[in-house]
Write a new protein. Structure first.
Ligand SMILES: [Mg+2]
Length: 165
């Protein structure tokens, strides 16, 4: 059984945003201000993290990361905040693209499958700039990918992880 609050974490559009690199029009890397906001949420809630982003393929099933991967290096570059995020990661979702009942809810299906396989009991939020969550949509705290994770979404995540709404 896995207990306690969990953040299901997307990366592109959450830990980076279009506004940081306007010229390239691409989402790239992770920005310190968004990593800091996630770290604030984790400090205030003691939540663990399960990575649901495409970046998860750089992680092992148990959430550990290999040296030299971009995922790990991007976080380590952010100092204490990034190290805290790394420490809180306990897993990653499976790639169930071909198995989800419908293409509009793939990520939600992958998250639900993780919770079932790990017998998760506790509050959880999904932070993502996309909405393909199916029945888990009420758990979504949606970011604007032009802004990334801001204090507004961070506060909402904290409220939900504490079970206040
Ligand atoms: Mg995204």
């Amino acid at each position: 059984m896995t207990t306690g609050p969990i953040v299901f974490l997307d990366v592109d559009g959450v830990l980076n945003s279009y506004d940081q690199l306007e010229e390239s029009k691409r989402l790239r890397g992770m920005a310190p201000k968004h990593v800091a906001e996630l770290a604030r949420v984790l400090r205030e809630t003691d939540a663990k993290v399960v990575v649901s982003s495409v970046w998860r393929f750089e992680l092992n099933d148990d959430g550990s990361s290999r040296r030299g991967t971009r995922f790990r290096d991007e976080l380590l570059e952010k100092g204490d905040d990034g190290r805290l995020v790394l420490k809180r990661i306990i897993g990653r979702t499976k790639d169930l693209w071909g198995k989800a009942p419908d293409k509009k809810s793939v990520r939600g299906f992958e998250i639900q499958t993780w919770r079932e396989e790990h017998d998760h009991v506790g509050s959880f939020v999904i932070v993502d700039d996309d909405s393909d969550m199916g029945p888990l949509k009420p758990r979504l705290v949606k970011t604007d990918n032009a802004l990334g994770l801001t204090r507004k979404e961070g506060d909402e995540m904290i409220r939900r992880l504490r079970g206040e709404s």
